[in-house]
Design a binder for this molecule. Structure first.
Ligand code: DGL
Length: 274
């Protein structure tokens, strides 16, 4: 048993989709969330910058006394794996759990991967999938416009704008006959209806936050690090800025109000960057 909180970080508020999954799967755990809202987005930055930010984000969570770190951010998970591996406590991202779930799910052997430009450029999902089974075929697509659409709440399945955007991005994947699609970015679960309508009901969508939460439950159980099953866990949220419409955007990702356990911290106070 271990009552220390689980640490989750992301470039901004999108990682709250992973917290939503943790709350479902591990309701008794305390959670500390760090969203780098002062520097979001990470998805169009260089690998060096993403690694430096990830190092600082992890250092902040360690200072909060967490027992494990989840990088909910697809961009960090795919570009800064070395930073996660150098942590002195269990730390992992979404690439491995989501890629492994896709390998288990596919029947046709053709898997699609969606992410930010940095995520797709890294080829991290593809490498993980092929390391599991080199006979699989992976088709990737960078979908940067899904990020502002999700943040602005333009996710209604009847709305022609996200539908057309999805059709433009996904056409090559549909053509390639993928039967499994990894949503390799925090924001994309909000577009599930639209993605599913376009790809068809037979295509399995893999929510990377849900798979990361399942991996967290597995790891904590295995290492006997779960909190005792008493009452609801406490969630604390830390951000580096509170931009316009912050509360609504946070609610969209978390699926409920963020509440008053929210603190803004100074970017200058972050340590651990190199
Ligand atoms: N959180 C990022 C991801 O999952 C999306 C937003 C960004 O570009 O920072 O890749």
């Amino acid at each position: 048993m271990d009552t220390r909180p689980i640490g989750v970080f992301d470039s901004g508020l999108g990682g709250l989709t992973a917290v939503r999954q943790l709350l479902r799967q591990l309701p008794h755990e305390d959670i500390v969330y760090f969203g780098d809202t002062g520097r979001v987005p990470y998805g169009n930055r260089s690998p060096q910058t993403i690694r430096r930010y990830a190092r600082q984000d992890c250092a902040f969570l360690r200072e909060q006394g967490v027992k494990l770190i989840i990088a909910a951010c697809g961009t960090v998970s795919s570009t800064a794996l070395s930073v996660l591996e150098e942590q002195p406590l269990p730390a992992f991202g979404v690439v491995e759990p989501a890629a492994d779930a896709a390998v288990r799910a596919t029947r046709s052997g053709r898997i699609g991967v969606l992410g930010t430009a940095a995520t797709i450029r890294s080829r991290a999902f593809e490498q993980r999938i092929l390391s599991r089974d080199p006979s699989l075929q992976v088709v990737q697509a960078a979908c940067p416009l899904f990020v502002p659409l999700a943040e602005n709440g333009w996710t209604d399945r009847e709305d022609p704008i996200p539908r057309l955007t999805a059709a433009r991005y996904l056409a090559p994947l549909k053509e390639a006959g993928v039967d499994t699609l990894i949503l390799g970015c925090t924001h994309f679960p909000l577009l599930t209806d639209i993605l599913s309508d376009y790809m068809g009901q037979k295509v399995t969508l893999i929510d990377s936050g849900r798979e990361a939460a399942a991996e967290c439950a597995r790891l904590l159980g295995q290492a006997d690090l779960l909190s005792p099953a008493q009452g609801e866990g406490r969630c604390r949220f830390f951000v580096t800025d509170r931009p316009d419409d912050f509360t609504h955007v946070a609610e969209r990702f978390l699926g409920r109000a963020i509440g008053d356990e929210l603190q803004t911290i100074e970017l200058d106070s972050l340590t651990g960057g190199r």
